[in-house]
Design a protein. Structure first.
Length: 510
């Protein structure tokens, strides 16, 4: 049952849409504030401790962007948020530690990056410095079937990792839409949630341990068994930390036997609230099918060509007896409002497609906002937040679906878009996000369900966490006293200056 190790060839991150606007130009930076000055002597020292360091314009330009939609818009006029001084690609934990020691001593910011599929500017080097590309740390170092546990390097891409597990008849059960774009380290650092999280859990549930390099180069391990009572869980400190507390170099994850059996069903409700309540009822009876997705009428029409119906898709997999029991509970609570099961197959076939996003993002300015809503306030949050976003000048559509269900709450995923002029988009993005997020917070929801905070939501962290942000700052100050790790993120203060307000100046001109 033990397989150790399994090689997985390292890959470079996938290209990010919108790059054509940057071809052949020296990009201009949009962010306020100044990057930290990095001198030649530092770069030479960096090259001595890390085998692969790029300082050419092309590499620095690439790592000045991630999948944040506003960054793609900026790129069309030859702009990026901020260029790093260098991109370092360590090939070992020792190299990661050496880079961090060097940067810590010199006071140079270091921003960890995996696939750069973050959609909120999470891996942007806000104050310049070094981007630490972890994608060369790839592979499974240990797979223990009896313990349903795998040790995996942080830079392993999601699709390669899952394929390697499936070959051994296991699955991690983590299926983000960005499976091919993202790395295991990025999954943990953003506290991600896959499409099957209702059965398999989010990365907070799946992650049982991490090996982390701290800002001063110390390497710490936090691995634990399924449950322990040996003080607070240090692993969870790094889940969702977005590279601000340490650099994750490997992780111990909980895995499952690959499912041999599955069942699906689709239901149609007359209102979103009615469908949501059915999910609440079956979740509270203990039914946790892998996929739970309720689309409001607009999204149902867009995805399935239905009219005035709110479509619920359910798909479960695993042991036949358990799946049959769960589906029986789902059927009872959905009360006979059966729709066409083929809709589930259609969704399953297309669920990881990202091919049309390039044109769509530039044409219609779509963006998404995922939050967690307690069941008692979910209907209100859905109605008020979509109305608040629609009220912003330039918005054409604001819709939502439930994509993750828990006994006490659900993950609500808003999709919105408009056709503001290119130069008006920073204003529009900011206003629509402020309107939506503040409406959710005012009604008792949270700021983020699974995309993290990044640069985009940093300004809202004080409103969302209150005194919890002070506690987080204390942890940050203790682990990273020089503030070098991904400064400008999570609403944390740092020595390099205030977090840039990404829409506080005139829109960039071509
Ligand atoms: C089309 C699309 C669909 C998506 N669908 C989903 C989805 O279904 N579910 C979901 O959860 N997310 C989704 N995302 C968001 C994104 O893919 C996730 O946040 C993912 O976990 C990021 O992984 P990454 O390797 O790309 O990290 P990056 O984007 O490179 O980095 C994200 C953050 O993590 C930090 N980080 C990265 N690696 C490390 C490390 N080794 N140590 C410390 N910090 C690190 C970075 O500093 C940054 O703050 C989607 C994104 C896109 C573009």
């Amino acid at each position: 049952m033990t397989r150790s190790p399994i090689d997985i060839e390292p890959r470079r991150p996938s290209p990010i849409p919108g790059a054509h606007g940057l071809e052949g130009v020296t990009p201009r930076e949009t962010l306020t504030g100044q990057p930290v000055v990095v001198n030649d002597a530092f770069i030479q020292s960096l090259e001595r401790v890390c085998a692969s360091v790029d300082v050419d314009d092309n590499s620095r330009r690439d790592y000045a962007r991630d999948w944040w939609p506003l960054g793609m818009v900026w790129a069309t006029t030859g702009h990026v948020a901020r260029m790093p001084a260098a991109v370092a690609r360590p090939r070992s934990v020792d190299e990661v530690a050496a880079v961090l020691r060097l940067a810590n001593d010199a006071g140079v910011p270091v921003t960890a990056a995996g696939g750069r599929s973050g959609v909120l500017g999470n891996s942007l080097p806000v104050f310049g410095g070094v981007v630490l590309d972890l994608t060369q740390l790839s592979g499974i170092t240990d797979l223990r079937g009896d313990d349903l546990t795998v040790d995996v390097m942080a830079g392993t891409f999601g699709d390669d990792f899952e394929a390697a597990l499936q070959k051994q008849d296991y699955t991690a059960g983590h299926w983000p839409q960005s499976m091919k774009l993202a790395t295991v380290g990025g999954w943990i650092a953003c506290s991600g949630a896959g499409q099957m999280s209702t059965r398999y859990g989010t990365m907070a549930d799946i992650t049982k341990g991490v090996t982390v390099v701290l800002a001063d180069g110390r390497v710490v391990e936090t691995s634990e068994y399924s449950h322990s009572s040996t003080g607070p869980d240090m692993t969870q400190l790094f889940v969702g930390s977005e590279g601000t507390l340490g650099v994750i170099v490997s992780a111990r994850l909980h895995i499952h036997k690959k499912a041999e059996y599955s069942e699906s069903g689709a239901w149609a409700f007359d209102s979103f609230d009615e469908g949501a309540d059915a999910i609440r009822r079956f979740s509270q009876r203990g039914a946790r099918p892998a996929v739970v997705r309720l689309y409001d009428a607009t999204e149902s029409r867009r995805n399935f060509d239905t009219r005035d119906q709110h479509i619920l898709l359910i798909h479960d997999e695993g042991d036949p007896a358990i799946v049959a029991g769960i589906m029986a509970v789902v059927r009872e609570e959905c009360d006979g409002k059966l729709s066409d099961k083929a809709l589930v197959d259609r969704w399953l076939d297309n669920r990881n497609s990202v091919h049309a996003l390039d044109d769509l993002i530039l044409d219609r300015a779509p963006d998404t906002m995922e939050i967690t809503a307690p069941w008692s306030r979910l209907a209100r949050i859905y109605h008020d937040a979509t109305a608040a976003m629609m009220a912003v000048d330039g918005t054409r559509t604001a819709t939502a679906h439930i994509s993750h269900a828990y006994p006490g709450s659900a993950g609500l995923y808003f999709m919105f878009g408009g056709r503001p002029e290119l130069e008006d988009r920073p204003r529009w993005y900011r206003e629509v996000w402020n309107a939506g997020a503040r409406s959710v917070l005012a009604n008792g929801g949270n700021l983020a369900h699974h995309h993290g905070v990044g640069l985009q939501r940093a300004r809202l962290m004080g409103e969302a966490l209150g005194s919890g942000l002070d506690l987080l700052q204390s942890v940050k100050d203790a682990l990273d006293p020089n503030g070098i790790l991904n400064p400008g993120k999570l609403g944390l203060s740092n020595p390099f200056g205030p977090t840039p307000d990404w829409a506080d100046k005139a829109a960039p001109q071509a």
